[in-house]
Design a protein around this ligand. Sequence first.
Ligand code: ATP
Length: 288
Amino acid sequence: MEAMRTLLSKEGFVEVHTPRIIASATEGGAALFPVEYFEQEAFLAQSPQLYKEQLTLSLEKVFEIGPFFRAEESHTRRHVNEFISVDIEEAFATEEDVMNVLEKLIQHVCKAINERCRRELEILKHQVKVPEVPLERFTYKEILEELEGEKIHVPWGEDLPTQACRKLGSLHPNFYFIIEWPTESKTFYIKPRDDNPTLCEGFDLMWQWVEIASGGTRVHSKEFLIQRLKAQGLNPESFKYHLKAFDYGMPPHAGWAIGLDRLMMMLTGRKNIREVILFPRDRFRLTP
Ligand code: ATP
Protein backbone atom coordinates (compact mmCIF):
# COMPACT_ATOMS: atom_id res chain seq x y z
CA MET A 1 0.00 0.00 0.00
CA GLU A 2 2.85 2.30 0.82
CA ALA A 3 4.48 1.63 -2.58
CA MET A 4 1.16 2.26 -4.30
CA ARG A 5 0.53 5.51 -2.43
CA THR A 6 4.03 6.74 -3.24
CA LEU A 7 3.73 6.03 -6.95
CA LEU A 8 0.22 7.41 -7.36
CA SER A 9 1.09 10.58 -5.46
CA LYS A 10 4.20 11.02 -7.60
CA GLU A 11 2.02 10.65 -10.71
CA GLY A 12 -0.10 13.57 -9.49
CA PHE A 13 -3.11 11.68 -8.09
CA VAL A 14 -4.84 13.22 -5.05
CA GLU A 15 -5.96 10.79 -2.34
CA VAL A 16 -9.68 11.09 -1.59
CA HIS A 17 -12.28 9.45 0.61
CA THR A 18 -15.79 8.78 -0.65
CA PRO A 19 -18.75 7.61 1.47
CA ARG A 20 -19.21 4.01 2.58
CA ILE A 21 -22.90 4.63 3.32
CA ILE A 22 -24.83 5.34 0.17
CA ALA A 23 -28.43 5.83 -0.93
CA SER A 24 -28.45 3.89 -4.20
CA ALA A 25 -26.47 1.28 -6.04
CA THR A 26 -23.50 2.06 -8.27
CA GLU A 27 -24.57 -0.51 -10.77
CA GLY A 28 -28.21 -1.29 -10.08
CA GLY A 29 -29.47 -3.03 -6.94
CA ALA A 30 -27.50 -6.27 -7.09
CA ALA A 31 -25.04 -7.33 -4.42
CA LEU A 32 -25.71 -4.53 -1.91
CA PHE A 33 -25.88 -4.88 1.87
CA PRO A 34 -28.77 -2.80 3.24
CA VAL A 35 -28.17 -0.79 6.44
CA GLU A 36 -30.66 0.84 8.75
CA TYR A 37 -30.06 4.56 8.42
CA PHE A 38 -32.49 6.40 10.71
CA GLU A 39 -35.74 6.81 8.73
CA GLN A 40 -34.15 6.04 5.39
CA GLU A 41 -32.99 3.02 3.48
CA ALA A 42 -29.24 2.99 2.86
CA PHE A 43 -26.58 0.56 1.66
CA LEU A 44 -22.90 -0.21 2.12
CA ALA A 45 -20.94 1.02 -0.90
CA GLN A 46 -19.79 -1.64 -3.37
CA SER A 47 -17.37 0.74 -5.12
CA PRO A 48 -16.42 4.45 -5.18
CA GLN A 49 -17.19 4.52 -8.92
CA LEU A 50 -19.67 7.37 -9.27
CA TYR A 51 -18.02 9.60 -6.65
CA LYS A 52 -14.54 9.20 -8.07
CA GLU A 53 -15.85 10.04 -11.54
CA GLN A 54 -17.48 13.22 -10.18
CA LEU A 55 -14.24 14.20 -8.47
CA THR A 56 -12.35 14.33 -11.78
CA LEU A 57 -14.40 17.48 -12.41
CA SER A 58 -12.46 19.44 -9.83
CA LEU A 59 -9.40 17.40 -8.83
CA GLU A 60 -8.64 15.85 -12.27
CA LYS A 61 -6.63 12.88 -10.93
CA VAL A 62 -7.84 11.04 -7.83
CA PHE A 63 -7.17 7.78 -6.03
CA GLU A 64 -8.76 6.02 -3.12
CA ILE A 65 -7.75 2.99 -1.07
CA GLY A 66 -10.46 1.56 1.14
CA PRO A 67 -12.86 -1.26 1.97
CA PHE A 68 -15.94 -1.99 -0.12
CA PHE A 69 -18.74 -4.46 0.34
CA ARG A 70 -20.40 -6.98 -1.96
CA ALA A 71 -23.40 -9.01 -0.86
CA GLU A 72 -22.68 -11.68 -3.47
CA GLU A 73 -23.15 -15.23 -2.28
CA SER A 74 -20.34 -16.73 -4.37
CA HIS A 75 -18.09 -18.71 -2.06
CA THR A 76 -14.84 -18.98 -4.03
CA ARG A 77 -11.12 -18.68 -3.40
CA ARG A 78 -11.06 -15.16 -4.83
CA HIS A 79 -14.25 -13.59 -3.43
CA VAL A 80 -14.88 -12.14 0.00
CA ASN A 81 -17.72 -9.85 1.05
CA GLU A 82 -15.49 -7.06 2.33
CA PHE A 83 -12.40 -6.31 0.25
CA ILE A 84 -9.92 -3.48 -0.20
CA SER A 85 -10.11 -1.67 -3.49
CA VAL A 86 -7.43 0.61 -4.92
CA ASP A 87 -9.16 2.97 -7.33
CA ILE A 88 -8.02 5.71 -9.65
CA GLU A 89 -9.91 8.05 -11.95
CA GLU A 90 -8.26 10.53 -14.32
CA ALA A 91 -9.65 13.43 -16.36
CA PHE A 92 -8.70 13.86 -20.03
CA ALA A 93 -7.50 10.26 -20.14
CA THR A 94 -8.40 7.14 -22.10
CA GLU A 95 -8.32 3.42 -21.43
CA GLU A 96 -4.78 3.23 -22.78
CA ASP A 97 -3.55 6.09 -20.51
CA VAL A 98 -4.86 4.45 -17.36
CA MET A 99 -3.61 1.01 -18.43
CA ASN A 100 -0.16 2.59 -18.60
CA VAL A 101 -0.55 3.86 -15.02
CA LEU A 102 -1.72 0.41 -13.93
CA GLU A 103 1.16 -1.53 -15.45
CA LYS A 104 3.65 1.00 -14.08
CA LEU A 105 2.08 0.58 -10.64
CA ILE A 106 2.21 -3.24 -10.79
CA GLN A 107 5.86 -3.11 -11.83
CA HIS A 108 6.67 -0.61 -9.08
CA VAL A 109 4.95 -2.73 -6.40
CA CYS A 110 6.75 -5.93 -7.52
CA LYS A 111 10.09 -4.10 -7.40
CA ALA A 112 9.34 -2.65 -3.96
CA ILE A 113 8.39 -6.09 -2.59
CA ASN A 114 11.64 -7.55 -3.91
CA GLU A 115 13.70 -4.76 -2.39
CA ARG A 116 12.00 -4.47 0.98
CA CYS A 117 10.45 -7.86 1.76
CA ARG A 118 13.26 -10.31 1.06
CA ARG A 119 12.99 -12.01 4.43
CA GLU A 120 9.23 -12.39 4.16
CA LEU A 121 9.53 -13.87 0.67
CA GLU A 122 12.08 -16.37 2.01
CA ILE A 123 9.69 -17.44 4.77
CA LEU A 124 6.90 -17.81 2.23
CA LYS A 125 9.28 -19.63 -0.17
CA HIS A 126 7.95 -17.41 -2.89
CA GLN A 127 9.51 -15.30 -5.62
CA VAL A 128 7.96 -12.23 -7.21
CA LYS A 129 8.98 -11.69 -10.81
CA VAL A 130 9.08 -8.02 -11.84
CA PRO A 131 7.02 -7.85 -15.07
CA GLU A 132 8.29 -6.08 -18.17
CA VAL A 133 6.03 -3.30 -19.40
CA PRO A 134 4.02 -2.92 -21.53
CA LEU A 135 2.18 -6.01 -20.32
CA GLU A 136 0.75 -8.28 -22.97
CA ARG A 137 -2.66 -7.32 -24.33
CA PHE A 138 -5.15 -9.81 -25.81
CA THR A 139 -8.53 -8.96 -27.22
CA TYR A 140 -11.62 -10.70 -25.84
CA LYS A 141 -12.00 -12.27 -29.32
CA GLU A 142 -8.46 -13.67 -29.20
CA ILE A 143 -9.09 -15.10 -25.73
CA LEU A 144 -12.32 -16.79 -26.87
CA GLU A 145 -10.50 -18.28 -29.87
CA GLU A 146 -7.67 -19.48 -27.68
CA LEU A 147 -10.16 -21.16 -25.33
CA GLU A 148 -12.00 -22.69 -28.29
CA GLY A 149 -8.68 -24.30 -29.29
CA GLU A 150 -8.63 -25.83 -25.80
CA LYS A 151 -12.19 -27.12 -26.30
CA ILE A 152 -13.72 -24.57 -23.92
CA HIS A 153 -16.63 -22.74 -25.51
CA VAL A 154 -17.56 -19.36 -24.06
CA PRO A 155 -20.59 -17.74 -25.78
CA TRP A 156 -19.81 -14.28 -27.17
CA GLY A 157 -20.67 -11.53 -24.68
CA GLU A 158 -20.37 -13.65 -21.55
CA ASP A 159 -17.92 -13.19 -18.73
CA LEU A 160 -15.20 -15.84 -18.50
CA PRO A 161 -16.30 -18.69 -16.23
CA THR A 162 -13.90 -20.08 -13.61
CA GLN A 163 -13.00 -23.13 -15.70
CA ALA A 164 -11.99 -20.84 -18.61
CA CYS A 165 -9.93 -18.65 -16.27
CA ARG A 166 -8.13 -21.72 -14.91
CA LYS A 167 -7.16 -22.72 -18.45
CA LEU A 168 -5.99 -19.17 -19.23
CA GLY A 169 -3.87 -19.30 -16.09
CA SER A 170 -1.97 -22.30 -17.40
CA LEU A 171 -1.49 -20.64 -20.81
CA HIS A 172 -0.50 -17.22 -19.42
CA PRO A 173 1.58 -17.55 -16.26
CA ASN A 174 2.03 -13.78 -15.75
CA PHE A 175 0.11 -10.52 -15.90
CA TYR A 176 -1.87 -9.75 -19.08
CA PHE A 177 -4.66 -7.45 -20.16
CA ILE A 178 -7.89 -8.54 -21.83
CA ILE A 179 -9.18 -5.65 -23.95
CA GLU A 180 -11.99 -4.94 -26.46
CA TRP A 181 -14.76 -6.57 -24.42
CA PRO A 182 -18.25 -6.67 -25.94
CA THR A 183 -20.18 -3.58 -24.78
CA GLU A 184 -23.02 -5.79 -23.52
CA SER A 185 -20.68 -7.58 -21.10
CA LYS A 186 -19.59 -4.41 -19.28
CA THR A 187 -21.48 -2.02 -17.11
CA PHE A 188 -23.29 1.14 -18.29
CA TYR A 189 -20.51 3.68 -17.61
CA ILE A 190 -17.90 1.98 -19.85
CA LYS A 191 -17.61 3.80 -23.18
CA PRO A 192 -18.44 1.90 -26.41
CA ARG A 193 -15.74 2.23 -29.08
CA ASP A 194 -16.30 4.96 -31.68
CA ASP A 195 -15.19 2.70 -34.56
CA ASN A 196 -17.32 -0.27 -33.44
CA PRO A 197 -19.89 0.37 -30.68
CA THR A 198 -20.51 -3.36 -30.15
CA LEU A 199 -17.08 -3.39 -28.49
CA CYS A 200 -16.11 -1.14 -25.60
CA GLU A 201 -13.09 0.60 -24.13
CA GLY A 202 -13.09 -1.58 -21.03
CA PHE A 203 -10.28 -3.88 -19.92
CA ASP A 204 -9.44 -6.45 -17.27
CA LEU A 205 -5.99 -7.03 -15.84
CA MET A 206 -5.41 -10.73 -15.22
CA TRP A 207 -2.75 -12.54 -13.27
CA GLN A 208 -2.78 -16.18 -14.29
CA TRP A 209 -6.38 -17.27 -13.55
CA VAL A 210 -7.40 -14.33 -11.38
CA GLU A 211 -8.90 -11.00 -12.45
CA ILE A 212 -6.85 -8.47 -10.49
CA ALA A 213 -8.29 -5.22 -11.84
CA SER A 214 -10.81 -3.83 -14.26
CA GLY A 215 -11.24 -0.42 -15.79
CA GLY A 216 -11.86 1.58 -18.91
CA THR A 217 -12.76 4.84 -20.58
CA ARG A 218 -16.04 6.19 -19.16
CA VAL A 219 -19.06 7.67 -20.88
CA HIS A 220 -18.85 11.42 -20.23
CA SER A 221 -21.89 12.67 -22.15
CA LYS A 222 -24.93 12.97 -19.86
CA GLU A 223 -27.46 12.17 -22.62
CA PHE A 224 -25.54 9.11 -23.69
CA LEU A 225 -25.12 7.92 -20.11
CA ILE A 226 -28.91 8.13 -19.63
CA GLN A 227 -29.31 6.10 -22.81
CA ARG A 228 -26.83 3.48 -21.52
CA LEU A 229 -28.59 3.29 -18.14
CA LYS A 230 -31.90 2.63 -19.84
CA ALA A 231 -30.34 0.07 -22.18
CA GLN A 232 -29.18 -1.88 -19.13
CA GLY A 233 -32.62 -1.70 -17.52
CA LEU A 234 -31.63 0.89 -14.88
CA ASN A 235 -33.72 3.89 -13.88
CA PRO A 236 -31.93 7.23 -14.53
CA GLU A 237 -33.98 8.74 -11.67
CA SER A 238 -31.97 6.61 -9.19
CA PHE A 239 -28.81 8.29 -10.54
CA LYS A 240 -30.06 11.89 -10.54
CA TYR A 241 -27.37 13.26 -8.20
CA HIS A 242 -24.65 11.63 -10.24
CA LEU A 243 -26.17 12.89 -13.50
CA LYS A 244 -26.43 16.41 -12.09
CA ALA A 245 -22.65 16.60 -11.79
CA PHE A 246 -22.49 16.26 -15.59
CA ASP A 247 -24.28 19.63 -15.95
CA TYR A 248 -21.11 21.35 -14.74
CA GLY A 249 -19.13 19.94 -17.67
CA MET A 250 -17.75 16.44 -17.18
CA PRO A 251 -14.30 15.99 -18.71
CA PRO A 252 -13.56 12.84 -20.70
CA HIS A 253 -12.13 10.44 -18.12
CA ALA A 254 -10.97 6.90 -17.44
CA GLY A 255 -9.98 4.80 -14.46
CA TRP A 256 -9.65 1.38 -12.87
CA ALA A 257 -9.98 -0.56 -9.64
CA ILE A 258 -7.53 -3.18 -8.35
CA GLY A 259 -8.54 -5.63 -5.65
CA LEU A 260 -5.72 -5.27 -3.15
CA ASP A 261 -6.44 -8.66 -1.57
CA ARG A 262 -6.25 -10.42 -4.92
CA LEU A 263 -2.97 -8.66 -5.67
CA MET A 264 -1.67 -9.79 -2.27
CA MET A 265 -2.52 -13.41 -3.18
CA MET A 266 -0.30 -13.03 -6.21
CA LEU A 267 2.52 -11.27 -4.35
CA THR A 268 2.61 -13.92 -1.62
CA GLY A 269 1.87 -16.97 -3.78
CA ARG A 270 -1.21 -17.93 -1.74
CA LYS A 271 -4.08 -19.80 -3.35
CA ASN A 272 -6.95 -18.49 -1.25
CA ILE A 273 -7.78 -14.83 -0.69
CA ARG A 274 -8.60 -15.52 3.00
CA GLU A 275 -4.93 -16.27 3.65
CA VAL A 276 -3.93 -12.67 2.96
CA ILE A 277 -6.70 -10.93 4.92
CA LEU A 278 -6.34 -10.44 8.67
CA PHE A 279 -10.04 -10.72 9.47
CA PRO A 280 -11.79 -12.09 6.37
CA ARG A 281 -15.51 -11.63 5.92
CA ASP A 282 -17.21 -14.18 3.75
CA ARG A 283 -20.62 -15.78 3.38
CA PHE A 284 -20.05 -17.93 6.47
CA ARG A 285 -17.57 -15.90 8.48
CA LEU A 286 -18.46 -12.83 10.50
CA THR A 287 -16.06 -13.32 13.42
CA PRO A 288 -13.41 -12.68 14.65
P1 ATP B 1 -15.39 -10.85 -10.35
O1 ATP B 1 -15.89 -10.93 -11.79
O2 ATP B 1 -14.10 -11.58 -10.14
O3 ATP B 1 -16.45 -11.17 -9.35
P2 ATP B 1 -15.96 -8.05 -10.59
O4 ATP B 1 -16.00 -7.99 -12.09
O5 ATP B 1 -17.23 -8.07 -9.82
O6 ATP B 1 -15.03 -9.32 -10.12
P3 ATP B 1 -15.14 -5.32 -10.32
O7 ATP B 1 -16.48 -4.88 -9.90
O8 ATP B 1 -14.66 -4.99 -11.67
O9 ATP B 1 -15.01 -6.91 -10.07
O10 ATP B 1 -14.09 -4.85 -9.19
C1 ATP B 1 -12.75 -4.50 -9.48
C2 ATP B 1 -11.77 -5.39 -8.73
O11 ATP B 1 -12.12 -5.48 -7.35
C3 ATP B 1 -11.74 -6.84 -9.21
O12 ATP B 1 -10.89 -6.97 -10.33
C4 ATP B 1 -11.21 -7.56 -8.00
O13 ATP B 1 -9.79 -7.48 -7.92
C5 ATP B 1 -11.79 -6.77 -6.84
N1 ATP B 1 -12.99 -7.43 -6.32
C6 ATP B 1 -14.26 -7.29 -6.75
N2 ATP B 1 -15.11 -8.05 -6.05
C7 ATP B 1 -14.36 -8.69 -5.13
C8 ATP B 1 -14.67 -9.63 -4.09
N3 ATP B 1 -15.91 -10.04 -3.85
N4 ATP B 1 -13.65 -10.09 -3.33
C9 ATP B 1 -12.38 -9.67 -3.55
N5 ATP B 1 -12.03 -8.79 -4.51
C10 ATP B 1 -13.00 -8.31 -5.31
